[in-house]
Design a protein around this ligand. Structure first.
Ligand code: 2AM
Length: 260
């Protein structure tokens, strides 16, 4: 049995309601690494989502931020980020989301990213386009770097000698783009590009649950979304991502690869 987009949207809304109720309230914060946090609210949101998925689809595989990989290699695969933008949430900054995606035999089928503070629901079903609160969305047509308002992020592994840190790419982009933002939720970054609030996005060292829903939404809206080397297989960790309308995407790849 396959899920439906309505079902996934309902679950994202339920998890989002938990995050909204807890926002700026007292909650426990734990450190996963020196700068990588998890809050009690990540866990409560994840508990709800895992309970919904497992009750309805007990044998499906799940890859989830706080619980890792569950149920092995089933053809039906869920990607769960119960709170994308945890550091923002912990600081009381209202830029965060619930990100939930479903893939079958490696193909992304459904994706929902819900921003519970602004009550914005980005949703996509493969082959059927992408929407914000039910209205079709599309990326901008910007086709020059100088007109592009871009967004990026820096990984929790920053400072690790063997991991890419994005600090080499950042100045090259900054010198060419109209501007660069750093919002702190990869899922929302992708949705903002899909909808045309921002023109382009790139980031390194992400995990599939950060990207899966947003990538489907961006592609269904009409964006190109690939790894930094142009490969379309974006869900193999460690993940890298570049997303923009196809023309700007090509220009961003040239800058990233040092050819421009
Ligand atoms: P999180 O809030 O769910 O932890 C910030 O640029 C974005 O990148 C957030 O979406 C954050 O996800 C994610 N992120 C940063 N470093 C990461 C890492 N090492 N692994 C997974 N996600 C990461």
């Amino acid at each position: 049995m396959e899920p439906t987009l309505n079902q996934i949207t309902d679950w994202a809304h339920e998890a989002g309601a938990i995050l909204r109720a807890g926002f700026r309230q007292k909650f426990a914060i734990f450190h996963k690494g020196p700068i990588d946090l998890v809050t009690e609210m990540d866990r409560r949101s994840e508990d709800l989502l895992l309970e919904r998925i497992r009750t309805t689809f007990p044998d499906h595989a799940i890859f989830s931020e706080e619980s890792g990989r569950l149920n092995g290699n089933h053809a039906s695969q869920w990607f769960v980020d119960p709170l994308d933008g945890t550091v923002n949430y912990a600081h009381g900054i209202p830029i965060f989301s619930v990100s939930l995606a479903y893939a079958f035999e490696g193909e992304l089928r459904f994706g929902v990213v819900y921003d519970p503070i602004h009550d914005e629901t980005y949703a996509a079903e493969v082959g059927r386009g992408a929407t914000l609160n039910g209205v079709a969305i599309h990326p901008t047509q910007v086709d020059r770097m100088v007109d592009g308002l871009l967004v990026t992020g820096f990984p929790y592994t920053l400072g690790h000698p063997d991991k890419p840190d994005n600090l080499d790419i950042f100045p090259r982009m900054a010198r060419r783009a109209q501007g660069i933002r750093r919002l702190g939720s990869a899922a929302l970054d992708l949705c903002y590009v899909a909808e045309g609030r921002l023109d382009g996005y790139w980031e390194v060292e992400l995990q599939p649950y950060d990207l899966a829903a947003g990538v489907l939404i961006a592609r269904e809206a009409g964006s190109a979304a690939t790894r930094l080397d142009g490969d379309t297989e974006v869900l193999t960790p460690p993940c890298t991502i570049v997303a923009a309308n196809p023309r700007l995407h090509a220009l961003m790849l040239e800058v990233i690869q040092g050819n421009s």
